[in-house]
Design a protein around this ligand. Sequence first.
Ligand code: SF4
Length: 284
Amino acid sequence: MSQSIYTHDTIYIPPREEGSAPLEVALGCSWGQCTFCDFARDAFRILPRNKILENIEGLSRLFPDKERVFFLGENAFVLRADVLLDLFAQVRKKMPSVETFAMYARADDVLSKSAAELESLRIAGLDALHIGVESGSDSILAERKKGLTAQQMLEAFRLLELAGIDYHLTVVLGLGGKAYSRLHAIETARLLNKTHPRSIWCLKLAIFDGTPLSRECKAGTFAPMEPLDVLAELRLLLQNLTVTDCIFEDTTVLDTYTLQGDLPGQKDLLLRAIDRLLSTHAVL
Ligand code: SF4
């Protein structure tokens, strides 16, 4: 059954959505230009409506009692608001226990919708979007071809807050390389401090073969950071964060550990844990 409703054997959903039923509605990313992203895995496409309806049918048999559905696709929120509203209704027909929906989005997918559309999506059950900030530095965003500025992202988050839709943000540690590590940490904290995300998920930059960034590494124009330097960058980011009511986590610490805590209450605890790791591993 699962083979017929998912294109790939492995499905990627954010850790916070592990309890959601994953519904494939799109493949790949409509932007697909970030130089660090393994976007070549799938060309972008929105599945035909009849295939999505088939997937909903299959999902209802696999997860008859789920209360939340996660729409798969690197930025499924690129779908038009009327299309999403129709799909929410189709899910509810087959899975009456479903109450909420979540999906990945780019900030410009939010900006392309009106305040009224965002409001109707929230009323129809859209509960949360998972959005990659990657960096708060405009120069790093431009260099890595994210196609968005920090200001555009802030505007998108403001619209979501007005509509009452939660958002979870992702940051890529090491995205500035050795040369811009400090700038990356400080500017990212500055951006995040103007937002109200439910969670901030930090991930260490991975260099995927075949990406433009891997070619930059080979050419010597981008110097990736050592794991301990990335950890020091995480510390600087966290130290400068003033966000409230937010879960902070890094699932890639030294490629081995996960750090997680509530901000601001557990900030000192997290910083002490990072300091312990830095001192322990520095002497190994
Ligand atoms: S927006 Fe996200 S999924 Fe799309 S190319 Fe950039 S990093 Fe990859």
